[in-house]
Structures are given as C-alpha cells and as structure tokens.
Design a protein around this ligand. Structure first.
Ligand SMILES: O=C(O)CCC(=O)C(=O)O
Ligand SMILES: [Mn+2]
Length: 209
C-alpha cells in the first residue's frame, strides 16, 4: 500500500553525517512533533531533576543545566568528577530506551537526562570517552523542546561542525566519534525556551567488586 504523505515524512530514514573519523546517524523525525511536545512536558514534570555542582580549582559551581541519571542498578557512572548513582527506570524512559535500542541495534543500561532551562544553560566541550563507556561507545541522543546547536570539534584537524538538534530527533554517535571529536551545547544570549536531551548509554561494570 502506498504511504500517505504524513507517514512518509516520518519514515525514519537516517541522515549519515559525513564527518572525518566520526560515525553519526541523524533521524530528524524520529518522534512526530505532537508526541515529542507531549513527551517534553511529561519529562519536565516527571524527571527527578537535580542541580549538580562541580568543583574546579577549589571553587564550587552549579552545573549550567539540571540533570538526572536513570538506569539499571549497577550502572553507576563518573561524569565530570561527579559520581552518579542511577535512579530506577520510569515506564516512559524505558519505552524511549527500547525505541532507541531497536533503531540503533544496541543495548543501553542507563540514560543521562539534561534539562537546559533557557539559553543560559549549556554544556562545555567534552567527549563521552570515560573508560566505563568502552572503546567505541554507541550513544543515542534524543532531543525535545527548543532547538539547540550541538557543536562538534575535531581534536586534530580543528574542523568545526554545527548540528541543530530538533525536537523529536535522534542522533546516534558510534565508532570512533568520541575518540576524535568533542562536542558542546553553547550558551546563547538569545531568549530560548527549555530543551530536554536524553543520552542513552551502556556503562560497563568495570573495576567494581
Ligand atoms: O544536550 C545534548 O545534546 C548533548 C548532551 C551531552 O553531550 C551529554 O549528555 O554528554
Ligand atoms: Mn556528551
């Protein structure tokens, strides 16, 4: 049967982003807009958002976003000097995890949820290259709400690539992406509404009991 226009718009064909040393697949229409807007509302209300702090050179700062870490019981994670113990999965997060697993053909045991309240929230340059994520981690990143730019920087060539992540989109980062590239969400003076990002990961249970 022929697909309707609406269906064909949401047929989930990924865009392969052609970047040196990276493996990035972007699904702009992973979740249709109305459903994405509903998910955004419920995540804002239901996630146990926390204000984490970070200590740099003896000074303590609030991280410029709210965060929460959910996952299987043993999936604890060190992140920017923060040690995170996972909260138990909610049904909504489990459903999104399964959807990402089906599309990426990978397994995830945890998710880092980030709430960027406005343009003053962001995330500094980093790679998701902690040892407990393994050599070539597969990371599934779901975005809801305001469009924010994910900026990539190649460690050697210094190339920069800007990827605006729209609501309902899925970005799968795999292969050597974390080894060769860093990424960030820049702060901006523009008045922006809130955005929620969920990065599903598989944390290896290494170096513990
Ligand atoms: O908000 C984003 O799209 C990026 C989040 C991120 O890089 C992270 O959680 O490690
Ligand atoms: Mn990251």
């Amino acid at each position: 049967m022929q697909k309707s226009l609406f269906e064909s718009q949401y047929d989930n064909t990924p865009i392969h982003l052609d970047m040196l040393d990276a493996n990035l697949k972007y699904y702009p229409n992973f979740i249709p807009p109305l459903e994405a807007a509903n998910i955004m509302c419920s995540l804002q209300q239901e996630v146990d958002w926390r204000q984490e702090q970070i200590t740099l050179y003896g000074k303590t700062f609030n991280v410029p976003r709210l965060q929460a870490w959910y996952g299987d019981e043993n999936a604890d994670y060190q992140y920017s000097n923060l040690s995170m113990c996972p909260l138990p999965w909610s049904p909504a997060l489990l459903e999104l995890k399964q959807k990402c697993e089906n599309t990426s053909n990978s397994r995830f045991n945890s998710v880092l949820a980030n709430l960027y309240r406005n343009g003053q929230d962001g995330m500094g340059r980093h790679a998701d290259n902690e040892p407990e994520l393994g050599q070539q981690p597969v990371i599934a990143s779901l975005s809801f709400g305001e469009v924010r730019n994910l900026d990539f920087y190649h460690n050697q060539t210094k190339e920069k690539v800007r990827l605006p992540l729209v609501s309902g989109s899925l970005l799968i980062m795999s292969g050597d992406t974390q080894k060769y590239w860093q990424h960030s969400i820049a702060k901006t003076k523009k008045v922006l509404a809130a955005r929620v990002n969920l990065t599903f990961r598989y944390v290896l249970n290494i170096g513990r009991g």
